[in-house]
Design a binder for this molecule. Sequence first.
Ligand code: HEM
Length: 456
Amino acid sequence: MGESAATSAPVASGRVPLLGHGIQMLHHPLPFLQRQRDRGEVVKIFLGTRPAYVINSPELIHRVLVADADRFDRGRLFQKASALVGHGLATSDGPFHLRQRRIMQPAFGRLQVRTYATDMNAEVRRLVDSWKPGQVVNVSQDMGELALSVTATALFRAEIGKQAVQEVHRWLPVIVAGLLPRVVAPDGWERVPTPGNRRFTEARRRLRAIVEDVIESYRVSAGNQRDDLLSALLTARYDDTGEPMSAEQLRDEVITILMSGTETTASALSWMFHQLAENPEVERRMHAELDTVLAGRAVTHADIERLDYTGQVLRETLRRHSPLWFVMRRTTGPVDLAGVRIPVGSQVIYSLAALHRDPAVFAAPMVFDPDRWAPGRPVPDRQAFQPFSSGRHKCIGESFAWAEMTIAAATVAARWRLRPVPGRRIRERTLATLRPSTLLMIAEPRFATTAAPTTN
Ligand code: HEM
């Protein structure tokens, strides 16, 4: 269906023949997407010669994700990702996705997440025990490794799993770093035998093999009940057939969880420590809360409800530095958005990061202010603040992420103050997530002793 003149969207400025807006999207994508807000609720951009529609208001994002979700699928980029990393939740659609979502949801419920909290705590403590006073810590790297260890340990608690975790540390980063460039590259590029493509293919083969081995060993060992995520997924049954997931499907879901659950939380935690160092009063209040509520003991799952100010700091981090900054969908039927007729098969783009920096919703949006979330302050509309998205593809790991982020933030900040290394400017990097550039910080003990707190 063509667009009539009366319903066409304005085209973003700066379009270049053949490249479209590719240069802006490559070099400064987030400021470029944010600028489109001033042009209208729906703005047309060109990725090369292909048109795409950027949507800019909370109401339209809600229409795409929830109200009119039946008229959208994930689109071409996700299909390419699925060919590279399998048919897990994050790359599937329609009835297949819904069936997977149903069988997997219970493993991510709040009660189930509680059982992963002790291991989360142990992983964070292992990290902070390794720091020395005055040491320069690569926070972004440490948070990446921490998030991967937390997710992998929640998945595999058995002994075989522990060996697998080492291998996952080796191969998963190759896949995470290599996926987006391969997905946006011209079709067929991923099959060209460049050194990078060969390494990616090898990493995918090795990671699949490791995960398949662990699944097989869980299957043959009696009981399959280890209070971990993999056991929960192994014992889950489809409600229509009563059957479990196939080994292949389970493998794809495990790899999807490892990929979706690591960079996102690692980015958020890294930004949080950066913001604490930039905002001494926020840091002072968070430390005061940790000293009062924890009083030297280890963080438990129940503390998530008690650490109110820490929760505000994390919420503000997810607003100011929303990890998933760029999401795409594709129309499967004709859709009208704010009076603009969007043809079938069009790419629709929205940015949760741009949404959370909209001055019409958040006053002074670039200011880091956890008091926006203080009790008694007006709560922003749910459509205007949704770092975990909404609708059928809403993050399945939200409770997991909150538990992990709170336990990590509180365990680190109860014992260490992270100071910026002087003279280094931290920039935003728009990779798969919105990450800080290498974040080096100096670890200063908050108390004379850095001994581990007592558990109770
Ligand atoms: C701060 C941390 C996190 C943020 C901000 C985040 C954000 C998101 C968002 C925005 C989506 C929707 C993507 C879309 O619409 O296409 C999503 C999906 C997903 N997330 Fe997360 N996520 C986080 C942590 C996690 C963790 C810890 C896990 C697993 C342990 C996880 C697993 C997933 C999966 C499997 C999906 C696909 C869900 C589906 O399509 O049904 N995420 N996440």
